[in-house]
Design a protein around this ligand. Structure first.
Ligand code: UFG
Length: 342
């Protein structure tokens, strides 16, 4: 007897992480439906997904922060085995300028999705959270048990509040289950260079700024601070290849579908377990691409933490997932993607 095809709804599925996750699920044999308002992504991403997988996912252009639109959508689309909820704004600096826009969009969309899950008895949710909830941890590597610290931005706060909203909603019924994945720093692109990150305007994040600098779009990269308490003075992060990160969602989905979860809400760190400084990123990029990075040392960026990297033991053991691609793989793929864009 053939297994029933599993159906997954990916909100924010035309975005950076969402599109790579759509590819992973299609390749694993799932039927993928994408809901996205295209506020920070392009419809052409669907062609990219088709080019890689041979399948163009069903797409709905809807704004999930609108209660009526979301409830109408779910009236006719509700036979999902899993929902992966990515749809959210994600720029830290912008969230400081426009906090209400962030709270309204990120929290209303989550609540509307949860409401629909309750109404239509959809059991399984995977939520995209962030290592930002740990702030500057007292001990490194940071485990899932480390305390959640006061958020440094409205964006970070939406992730903390979202985790609480999910937890409270789950506590009120016994069929809803969720896995919250706390991402470290996703970088890179699909090896085909057909999908990748599409930053609008001047990028905030290190890798798109770096690749745009090397491509000649930006004059120079500013390294934000070289007086941190780290071996070379520059800040340390756990950079994870977006394809590895996308795969973690598949392991999370299988865990929920096979009822292997140990509690109705579980949290996992999704990182590599390795920390790299900004200077190490620049050096590795130069080595693997044979390109020179024009950079200068600048002041620290406000709100940045000094160092963070993940303890991934719990995710490795329980999800049976492990990051497999190297920093070099990730940086080379980011450069190949940039070359295709410019
Ligand atoms: N950096 C530079 N120059 C730049 C951009 C970044 O030196 O032009 C440095 C930053 O100071 C930091 C590192 O590169 O030390 C990484 O910065 P990113 O902006 O790429 O990433 P962040 O660690 O600040 O933020 C990321 C995600 C957020 C998430 C946060 C959690 O973008 O969504 O991790 O810590 F909330």
């Amino acid at each position: 007897m053939q297994n029933k095809v599993r159906k997954v709804l990916i909100t924010g599925g035309t975005g950076y992480i969402g599109s790579h996750t759509a590819v992973v699920f299609i390749e694993a044999g799932y039927e993928v439906v994408i809901a996205d308002n295209l506020s920070n992504s392009k419809i052409e991403v669907l062609d990219g997904i088709k080019k890689i997988t041979g399948t163009k996912p069903e797409f709905h252009k809807i704004d999930l922060s609108d209660e009526n639109i979301t409830s109408d959508f779910f009236k006719t689309n509700n036979n999902f085995d899993v929902i992966i909820h990515f749809a959210a704004y994600k720029a830290v600096g912008e969230s400081v300028q426009k906090p209400l826009m962030y709270y309204k969009n990120n929290l209303n969309s989550l609540m509307n999705v949860l409401e629909a899950m309750l109404t239509h008895k959809i059991s399984n949710l995977i939520f995209s959270s962030s290592c930002t909830v740990y702030g500057q941890p007292d001990e490194l590597p940071v485990t899932e048990q480390s305390p959640v610290k006061k958020a440094l931005s409205p964006y970070g706060n939406t992730k903390q509040i979202a985790e609480e909203i999910i937890s409270d909603t789950l506590a009120s019924n016994n069929y809803l289950k969720a896995i919250s994945l706390r991402y470290f720093n996703p970088i890179g692109a699909h090896e085909s260079a057909v999908i990748g990150e599409l930053p609008l305007g001047v990028p905030n994040n290190l890798i798109p700024f770096l690749t745009q600098t090397v491509a000649g779009i930006r004059k120079e990269l500013s390294v934000f601070g070289n007086d941190y308490n780290t071996p070379d003075g520059t800040a340390i992060r756990d950079y994870i290849h977006v394809v590895d990160l996308a795969k973690a969602h598949l392991f999370a989905a299988e865990r929920l579908l096979k009822n292997k979860n140990k509690s109705n809400i579980e949290t996992f760190n999704i990182g590599t377990g390795q920390g790299n400084s900004v200077m190490e990123i620049i050096k590795t990029f130069e080595e693997v691409t044979a390109q020179k990075v024009n950079y200068k040392i600048a002041h620290r960026r406000e709100g940045d933490i000094e160092k963070v990297w993940a303890d991934t033991k719990y995710a490795n053991k329980e999800l049976a997932w492990k990051a497999e691609l190297s920093l070099s793989d990730a940086l080379l793929s980011a450069w190949n993607w940039q070359k295709r864009l410019s």
